[in-house]
Design a protein around this ligand. Structure first.
Ligand code: ADP
Ligand code: F6P
Length: 323
């Protein structure tokens, strides 16, 4: 493998608060270690369409506190084909890009593996609000998204309480329920419906609402992960089966925006630094993660084969303290 002189960085998949802090860390650590740094715009699209720009120290000024991603992001269909991957690798060679740091989720890491197969070494950094990357206990953006959701649900609580209603709130997470479970606990939701924990609508929602109503509870928060969905239907079902007026709110993309929290900024900074350290030491095609609060890394293949599970105790805690 030829010596690495130039490193590209891209953000891919859904944006997440803290991606900018990660870009900044990658660029500045790279420059500090003597690499030429370039930004690739709009995820893998930038490699297909040759949207490449030089990144100097000042190119990442004033972004550590900003949500979104200054490199833009995208889901790139063309890159999922071998022809697209070949074109992407050719672009790297044309612009002198010897290695690429990919900030994104599992799909983006599959893309990184494909690019690595075309001869371009890659490093993956977990950036997604969903926290659904198995090789890392934490993903950049997760904390900010949860805090945003909690802030929104606290507001919903005011109106829910004023009307003695039930609010059914659908939260993001693709197939994962991490945001929903933890936000549910943090907002005192009576029920947290997530794909990872089996539930029974009658027993876990209706019966519990009726039972707690008898103890004087007059308003209710129910959170449901997007992987389960059907918030409107659930609100209707609850109203029909309890007589409690119910409303559904789908929080949606607001969860992806906003100023990143301290946790997201510091995690992004640590992970970005590690990405460059790995390339510097010749440890290619790896995904950075966090285990027991320590920054660690795995081969991309190993990272993609790992499975993540939700601690079932969270379900028990939520049920026990939300009566
Ligand atoms: P995330 O990275 O957040 O999981 P996606 O699953 O949408 O988001 O993946 C982001 C992008 O990564 C896709 O649009 C595509 O360009 C690339 N990608 C995903 N899966 C593959 C794959 N199997 N092979 C090559 N590229 C992929
Ligand atoms: O992966 C982040 C995420 O926000 C998921 O929670 C959600 O399922 C998905 O992206 C939405 O994607 P899009 O940006 O295509 O609406």
């Amino acid at each position: 493998m030829a010596e690495i002189k130039t490193i590209g960085v891209l953000t891919s998949g859904g944006d997440a608060p803290g991606m900018n802090a990660a870009i900044r860390a990658v660029v500045r650590t790279g420059i500090a270690k003597g690499f030429r740094m370039v930004g690739i715009e709009r995820g893998y699209n930038g490699l297909i369409n040759e949207e490449i720009r030089e990144m100097d120290l000042r190119s990442v000024s004033e972004i550590i506190h900003r949500g979104g991603t200054v490199l833009y992001t995208a889901r790139c269909k063309a890159f999922t084909t071998e022809a697209g991957q070949k074109k992407a690798a050719d672009t790297c060679r044309k612009f002198g890009i010897d290695a690429v740091v990919v900030i994104g989720g599992d799909g983006s890491f599959r893309g990184a593996m494909a690019l690595a197969k075309q001869g371009i070494p890659c490093i993956g950094l977990p950036g997604t609000i969903d926290n659904d990357i198995a090789c890392s206990e934490y993903t950049i953006g997760y904390d900010t998204a949860m805090n945003t959701a909690v802030e929104m649900i606290d507001k919903l609580r005011d109106t829910t309480q004023s009307h003695d209603r039930c609010s059914v709130i659908e939260l993001m997470g693709r197939g994962a329920g991490y945001i929903t479970m933890n936000v549910g606990i943090a907002t005192g939701a009576l029920a947290c419906l997530v794909p990872e924990i089996p539930y029974d609508l009658q027993k876990d929602v209706i019966d519990r609402m009726v039972k707690t109503q008898k103890t004087g509870k007059k308003h209710f928060i129910i959170v449901v992960a997007e992987g389960i969905g059907h918030a409107q239907e659930l609100a209707k079902y609850i109203e029909e089966n309890t007589g409690i007026e119910s409303r559904a709110t789908i929080l949606g993309h607001v969860q992806r925006g906003g100023c990143p929290t301290v946790r997201d900024r510091t995690t992004a900074s640590q992970m970005g630094f590690r990405a460059i350290e790995l390339l510097e030491m010749g440890a290619y095609n790896r995904v950075v993660g966090i285990k027991d609060d320590e920054i660690t890394d795995y081969s991309i293949t190993e990272a993609l084969a790992m499975k993540k599970s939700m601690d079932p105790k969270l379900g028990l805690i939520s049920k026990t303290i939300s009566l």
